[in-house]
Design a protein around this ligand. Structure first.
Ligand code: AMP
Length: 429
């Protein structure tokens, strides 16, 4: 075997989630599961890779995500596969494939998991990152757009985040979008010499993305560009108005931003992004927690029946970063009981006793490799355990154990066979 000269590191743009940070991940995952289920969403897990065609047909071939950022590879069997860059396409595929059209509509699904995008790593931007998402498939009612935003807001509130704001736009349906695209192309074509190279390309391939440009020199042109909301057909206009009315009713802070187009081809009508405001009350792309919108054509585009849908996806790393910035208190594992063992006999018996207490559902911790009682009691104290169970040479021989109340220091010896009941009795007080 070849000898490795330098220690191997994680691939660029990826990271380890170490034990100290797991408490945040656990808190986010459990809040997602609680909130999603209370809003009627059932969990779905789709594969981390799919046929590349799925993303080409949904996200769109001329989007940055598909064109530049997908991890695609040919399998040994010759299939073209891609690591999922986002979650909605896979969920829509699963909805069709598993006959969910036949269930009462809408079908509400949620997911959490890693996504993969080949991008230039920077703060808040990774190559493997995690999202949670909510999808409501099978109903066009604007109240469901508002409910998705409400659920995201509520979830973020449960996680202790403050100063959130939604930026919204409507991309209309095929009819109004075609008229808008024509107006946009016409406007930009007359200013072709003043825009960046990327925008010239967007003008040809994906004109809506012109509004996404962050280049300094394109900003004045973008600011004067036609506004899609002025091109909405009556139906889309009414739908958007209703969404805003629901948000007013919910007292969710929002403002309209006609440059929110989202990067992916499948969006129709409502699109939105959720931000946290910085100290100056400003929002920047770096503090976008996530976004979503309606995708009324996607299911049909993937070969299913015409099925309206709406969803959102939020970045877990961004949410955790904001929780840390806001100094949200997140408690780690707090054991109720700490097992202290002394001497070889105590250690041997302690191993088994530890398992029995865990099995009985009692939150227990230990430091089995330590010898000194003082050191072990110190750890028990630091972890916040209510009781210490002390098992020394004598107790091991007598088949007893000492229960020590960590607050008062009062100790009592009980038979090992009764320790679970005794601990439970004390914890229930
Ligand atoms: P998008 O699907 O691009 O709208 O992303 C939705 C959310 O996922 C963003 O607002 C971020 O919070 C998160 N996100 C997207 N791409 C990345 C990335 N490369 N690294 C970390 N988070 C990301």
């Amino acid at each position: 075997m070849a000898k490795i000269k330098k220690p191997i590191q994680v691939p660029k743009g990826t990271f380890d989630i170490l034990p100290d940070d797991q408490k945040y991940w656990k808190k986010v995952r459990s809040a997602v599961s609680d909130v999603a289920q209370s809003y009627g969403f059932g969990r779905i897990d789709t594969p981390m890779f799919e046929y590349s065609d799925l993303y080409m047909a949904s996200v769109g071939e001329a989007t940055d995500v598909v064109e530049k950022q997908m991890y695609s590879f040919k399998s040994k069997g010759g299939d073209m596969l891609s690591l999922r860059p986002e979650g909605t396409a896979g969920v829509a595929r699963a909805y069709i494939e598993n006959g969910m059209t036949n269930l009462p509509q809408p079908v509400k699904l949620y997911y959490t998991g890693p996504m993969f995008r080949y991008e230039q790593p920077q703060s808040g931007r990774f190559r493997q990152f995690h999202q949670f998402g909510l999808e409501t498939i099978g109903d066009a009612e604007p109240v469901l757009d508002a409910q998705i935003i409400q659920a995201c807001f509520y979830l973020l509130k449960c996680l202790g985040l403050k100063k959130m704001v939604v930026q919204l736009n409507s991309l209309g349906c095929r009819t109004c979008r075609t008229a808008y695209r024509r107006a946009l192309v016409d406007y930009y074509r007359h200013r072709k010499n003043k825009i960046c190279l990327d925008c010239r390309r967007r003008l040809k391939e994906n004109p809506l993305r012109l509004l996404d440009c962050k280049e300094e020199k394109c900003q004045p042109i973008k600011a004067q560009a036609p506004n899609i909301v002025d091109y909405l057909c009556e139906e889309c206009h009414k739908h958007f108005k209703m969404v805003l009315e629901y948000l007013d009713e919910l007292e969710i802070p929002y403002f309209l931003n006609n440059t929110i187009v989202r990067g992916l081809d499948y969006y129709t009508k409502t699109v939105f992004e959720i931000f946290t405001e910085d100290e100056q009350g400003k929002t920047t792309p770096a503090n976008s927690l996530g976004g979503g919108g309606r995708y009324d054509n996607l299911v049909a585009q993937l070969g299913g029946k015409p099925t309206p849908a709406v969803g959102a996806a939020l970045g877990i790393e961004r949410v955790i970063h904001q929780m840390q910035k806001d100094q949200v208190k997140v408690s780690a594992f707090v054991p109720k009981v700490f097992l202290v063992q002394l001497g070889e006999r105590g250690r041997k018996k302690g191993l088994k006793l530890f398992e029995k207490l865990s099995e009985a559902g009692i939150k227990i911790a230990e430091s089995i490799s330590r010898d000194s009682i003082k050191a072990q009691l110190k750890i028990a104290d630091r972890l916040g355990a209510k009781f210490a169970l002390i098992l020394g040479q004598q107790e091991a021989l007598d088949e007893t154990v000492i229960i020590r109340d960590m607050a008062t220091g009062v100790q009592e010896t009980v038979p090992q066979g009764k320790v679970i009941d005794e601990v439970k009795k004390r914890l229930a007080k």
